[in-house]
Design a protein around this ligand. Structure first.
Ligand SMILES: Cc1ncc(COP(=O)(O)O)c(C=O)c1O
Length: 459
């Protein structure tokens, strides 16, 4: 189809996820249709090139030029065994992938349940947690703790953990009884500049919440190592160790949602490895295959898996395509490429550089804060020198009107978000070198300077 025909046909037949179609499908609007990728770049159907500074929604860890290598893994598997399930049977790619992940993930995270994506992993995690508690004679543990504004997926179970009210309310009462506690947004916290006090207060809130909802009724505490929604909310030192302690004290399971933070986004196989803490389960997807094909995985501790193994009940959860052999073959190749090409090392080597370069943007009046880790960063956009927030009409004008267009004009894909306060986020492919990071920061600088002028900030 030509560019023009694609623009017509998208309106006629395609429902875009999380999109206001009344706006996106206005006759004067163009849908961004990307048709090709190369290295860290993507190209639209007009041939315009963009730096994909968001890695296609935190997925394309390797960028877009490993197609040939991935194709050879896919072709070999397609010719040998294109499909079989992990329902009671197994196949070599799933077994080998589970083994490869066990080798790389920390501590006792040695067992894997494969899924089709992130929400799917969160759902599976909850079912496995429930199987575990039923097996150890604690079936009353039906509650969970998650954090405000956190995004853990949209299927009806996973949506219960998601702490963004606007994404949930119309769908009725949540399937799981989840209480949301404060997240780790230090920027606007009264004690945010005192990490020890901030951490102590957050952990006290988790403890008090568990006591209030019922110490022996909480099955799961779930958190991302660095929370995406709200803008790359980094935990204060000791926070994860504190969560580990609380989980151990109360008998709840600690779950790291690594759908974004895993597979190198923070420079480690799992983001939580930077905290020196081993969770009881980790939910993953996106970077597991660098998104060359869809796949997710739940990492499960020895203790949970062994309990389930010996309980005598079947694991009452299964997904036809979970552990698809072609996807598993791609994931295995992805791990090989990460190691051969030093992908984790690249992130570690450049993290500090990126941090310093982004800090330069704070000289712009509209940039109140820059925060993040690894290749996962947010700039918080503010109204004035006192860091006042933008009101709803201003956010609409800026984050859904001006900025997305201006970013594309600058040849940059980044994310404008206001599930918490207003942020612009980047998550470049993990293969990005310093020259590309410089280019991203320079383009961000130009775009944000213009956005400040457009919004009348600092005048
Ligand atoms: C932390 C986290 N958990 C779960 C999900 C859900 O993943 P998916 O969109 O693959 O269902 C996401 C999606 O972005 C996520 O960021």
């Amino acid at each position: 189809m030509s560019h023009e025909l694609l623009q017509d046909t998208v309106r006629e037949h395609l429902l875009l996820h999380f999109t206001n179609h009344a706006v996106a499908y206005q006759p004067d609007q163009e849908v961004l249709v990307l048709e090709r990728g190369e290295g860290p770049y993507v190209f639209d159907t007009r041939g315009r090139r963009y730096i994909d500074a968001l890695s296609s929604l935190f997925c394309a860890q390797l960028g877009y030029s490993y197609g040939e290598e991935m194709t050879s893994a896919i072709a070999a598997q397609m010719q040998r065994l294109p499909f079989n399930t992990n329902w009671a049977t197994a196949h070599p790619p799933a077994i080998e992938l589970a083994d490869a992940l066990a080798e790389r993930f920390p501590g006792h995270l040695n067992h894997f349940f494969f899924t089709g994506g992130g929400s799917d992993s969160v759902e599976a995690m909850w079912k496995i947690a429930r199987e575990y508690f039923v097996a150890i004679g604690q079936p009353q543990r039906l509650k969970a703790i998650a954090r405000r504004n956190a995004y853990h997926g949209v299927t009806l179970g996973a949506l219960s953990f998601t702490g963004v009210p606007g994404f949930k309310e119309i769908f009725g009462p949540p399937a799981i009884d989840v209480t949301h506690v404060s997240n780790t947004n230090a920027f606007r916290a009264p004690d945010g500049d005192d990490p020890a006090a901030f951490c102590a207060r957050l952990l006290a809130e988790v403890r008090e919440t568990i006591d209030r909802v019922g110490r022996d009724e909480v099955a799961v505490i779930i958190a991302e190592p660095v929370q995406n929604a709200g803008g790359c909310l980094v935990p204060p030192p000791g926070y994860w160790a504190g969560l580990r302690e609380i989980a151990d004290e109360t008998g709840a399971l600690l779950v790291a949602d690594e759908v974004i933070c895993g597979f190198g986004r923070l420079g480690e196989w799992l983001g939580v490895m930077r905290e020196g803490v081993v969770p009881d389960m980790a939910t993953t997807a996106k970077g597991l295959t660098s998104a060359y094909v869809p796949m997710g995985a739940v990492a499960v501790s020895d203790r949970i898996a062994e309990t389930i193994h010996t309980a005598g009940n079947p694991l009452r959860h299964g997904i036809t395509f979970g552990g698809h052999p072609v996807a598993a073959a791609v994931a295995l190749r992805n791990l090989e490429i990460f190691e051969r090409d030093g992908v984790l090392e690249n992130v570690r080597a450049n993290e500090g550089y990126l941090e310093e370069r982004l800090k330069e943007l704070r000289s712009l009046p509209i940039v109140g804060d820059t925060r993040g880790r690894g290749y996962f960063w947010a700039m918080e956009l503010v109204r004035d020198a006192g860091n006042a927030t933008f009101d709803k009409p201003e956010r609409d004008r800026m984050l859904r009107g001006y900025l997305p267009k201006r970013l594309l004009e600058a040849g940059l894909i980044a994310r404008c978000d206001d599930r918490g306060d207003s942020v612009l986020q980047i998550a470049p492919p993990l293969i990005a070198d310093r020259a590309l990071l410089d280019e991203i920061v320079e383009r961000l600088g130009e775009v944000l300077a213009d956005t400040g002028a457009y919004m009348g900030v600092g005048v």
